[in-house]
Design a protein. Sequence first.
Lengths: 329, 322
Amino acid sequence: MTPLLQVKKLKVSFKHHFKKIDAVREVSFDLLPKQTVAIVGESGCGKSVLIKAILKLFSSSASIQAEKILYGGLDLNLLTEQELQKIRGKEIGVIFQDPMTSLNPTMKIGDQILENILLHKKSASFQEAKNEVLNLLALVGITDPAIRYYQYPHELSGGMRQRVMIAIALAPSPKILIADEPTTALDVTIQAQILSLLKKIQETRGTSILLITHDLSIVAGFCDKVMVMYAGKIVEVSDTASLFKDPKHPYTIKLLKSLPRLDVQPNTFLQAIGGVPPDLSTEIQGCSFAPRCFATMEVCTRFCPPSFGLEQRECACWLLDPRATKVKQ
Amino acid sequence: MRKNPPLVLVNNLKKHFPTNQGMNKAVDGVSFEIYQGETLGLVGESGCGKSTTGKALLKLFSLTSGEIFFEGRDVSSLKKRELLSFRKDIQMIFQDPFSSLNPRMTTHEILKEPLIIHKVFKNRAIEKERVYELLELVGLDPSHANRFPHEFSGGQRQRIGIARALALNPKFIVCDEPIAALDVSIQAQIINLLKKLQIEMGLTYLFISHDLAMVRYLCTDVAVMYLGHVVEIGKSEQVYTSALHPYTQALLSAVSIPDPEKEKARKRIVLPGEIPSAINPPKGCVFCTRCPKVMPICKIEKPKLREIGSGHQVSCHLYQEN
């Protein structure tokens, strides 16, 4: 299958107080049609920067370099601002994290969805577009669409606002939906509602979903493929089932072990990962996880590990080199 | 069953806030007890009144009605000097490590402040020693004492918050979502630290959280709150292995398990709708608007908290008292 979105060697850096911060350090990945892919990582690992860079949502302070960012035969990195506007929202929709601040507080929610339809479907009449809004509101599970249409964001709860955000993103029927931490600001019961809604949309509309999250546990039931990011790099790529059954990268192994689980009898102590993620404004020599790793070798502190391929999976760790000693976890 | 009286006893606590639309019944009749050296987890969704309950225990505001006993003494009757010593015994760890530390004070000054207020030491040098001791206790380098909060990461700041709460050797600490703002890998560090401190210093915690999986690791007892009411309370194992209240069951089923096979095999209870407003709560059972097992009686009569197993209480019409 030809990938819908193909990113190759993407690098993003920012200038901040005379320092250069390398937020994304060479990331490559493919997104296939109808696939759900998760990018998992802690805050500051560059996962949000990555998706913003794909759509070039940064001001001039960021420098974005990439071999290619291919979407439907077009290299997004080479497009002009005007050409990009036709892709943003229309082809690739984004649901942002915080539904409290991403909606316009001075506009009725119906008009905010309507705006996105009229912007991308210039041929639609006002009445057609309005009917479409009502359909969308019903699709995302908002009761009484005709009444809700005229409400302002402050009149809705967090979960309802997130549904409105999803409706806005879905309005021009995008082929890719990027969801940046869509459930982080929500309560657990509402989180379950939103995830099942996204799943339903994916099944009925065949949209590809790129889910950005820090929560490995929501990935398990939701995604086909997982990419684990650490300090601006993708350290492990795998299908969901094998990642959870047999994680390869020490970071993934430790991350999975540090999660509290309801299905396992609790021990006295959780297995925490010691230390903190590295400072991205300094040059990192060798593997960025080496200072926190349980199996650091001499090579890890000197050279950056390449990506080792293993049947459908990839992992950037020296342990997978045939010359490495086998380590017991 | 237990020999000692509870350290903290809360009896029918109510706190209503006046608003333009009417009374916001944030906490509406909550009772529980916490014993020395144990941890009660208070779980629920945002707006269920769990933080208000925590703040009420610290006597941060006056109660609408109800009583709180600390070491057998009614907290509301405490006057000046007694109140000062009560404040020493009971401390709080806040949710947001970014806004709960004064950005203009160094770590040393932050940790010194409670010691000065309560005039613990007369000697500056001993005071300084205590600050270093506290930093070591929470796993920070004492040489960082002169740094400002912004120079630390989120997890380290939360450690400073914990050190501040420990400064006066309290008996009881209210932890208000101490890990909600932290990354997954750091959350485990903080939970382990809290657990270690509890074992070493014999602390008692009220742990407020919406993260059910974490609560299970730390807490001996769990109380589930919904719209200002405790709907289920019991030993952790009882609540987690045999949850009785439909709300607790839904909450537990909403927690994702990091295992794709188990996740697929699981049947998830997705609750319809959202938590109603505390200004105008439903008549009868507070959960009746979202309950998958709702019965006609639920909309008329408010269920009482009944004891089902030993120490396991639930407020639901589905269960009869043994």
